[in-house]
Design a protein around this ligand. Structure first.
Ligand SMILES: [Zn+2]
Length: 224
């Protein structure tokens, strides 16, 4: 049994690597990926090109790394690779039926926090990547009411790779569970000075709405 940086007497460490990974501060957004999903090579296609020390990292994740001596440097690299590999597998897993159910539970528990926008009235957020390319952008939080993304409040969440969640996840979730999607928020803050609306700002919002509408139409046209 390979343990992460621990001795046998160290009872603080979990028995299983995934359990340990999930317990790390900042990793609350991740769900535990079923071992049989990880062990199905078909699900991991192409990841061997993305992650250095792929084989060892995979063995570490699945608690199958032989207890052979390894230099500290190599162990560090394998541990780093294991975390990244788990994240990339996670991104694939959470858009499967089983993964969606697990993330849905976390969503319902409010594990991802609530939208800071006043008119969203504390709507629950979902993690999302703004790109699927690893090591580019940290994870963001998506609100389905205002359809906008936010930076997580805590610094440790801002260190998580957005590619470990992917760009499709929240949208896939609402495709599969459309009844969970609340009506979009049409309430909008109107800037006023002594009760009078600021005309030009209202105009700017209208322009933004038009642009958004046009963009939507372009995207739907592209899909056809
Ligand atoms: Zn919102």
């Amino acid at each position: 049994m390979a343990r992460m940086g621990s001795t046998d007497s160290d009872s603080e460490f979990a028995k299983y690597w995934v359990e340990w990974f999930m317990s790390l501060e900042g990793n609350e957004y991740y769900c535990d990926v079923d071992e049989d999903y990880i062990l199905d090579r078909f699900n991991l296609t192409g990841l061997n090109f993305e992650v250095p020390h792929y084989q060892k990292a995979l063995e570490l994740i699945t608690d199958r790394l032989p207890d052979k001596p390894m230099s500290d440097d190599l162990r560090d690299q394998v541990e780093r690779s294991a975390k990244h590999l788990y994240g990339l597998i996670h991104a694939r897993y959470i858009i499967t039926a089983r993964g969606l159910v697990k993330m849905l539970d976390k969503y319902k528990r409010g594990d991802f926090g609530r939208c800071p926008r006043v008119y969203c009235q504390g709507n629950q957020l979902l993690p999302v990547g703004v790109t699927d390319i690893p090591n580019q952008k940290a994870v963001k939080l998506y609100c389905c009411r205002c359809e906008d993304v936010y930076n997580p409040k805590s610094r440790r969440h801002n260190m998580i790779d957005g590619a470990h969640f992917g760009t499709s996840f929240p949208h896939m979730l609402f495709q599969v569970y459309p009844s969970l999607k609340p009506a979009p928020s049409d309430q909008r803050y109107v800037p006023r000075i002594f009760g009078f609306k600021l005309h030009n700002i209202a105009e700017l919002h209208r322009w933004q709405d038009e642009q958004r509408e046009q963009q939507k139409q372009r995207l739907t046209a592209d899909k056809k």
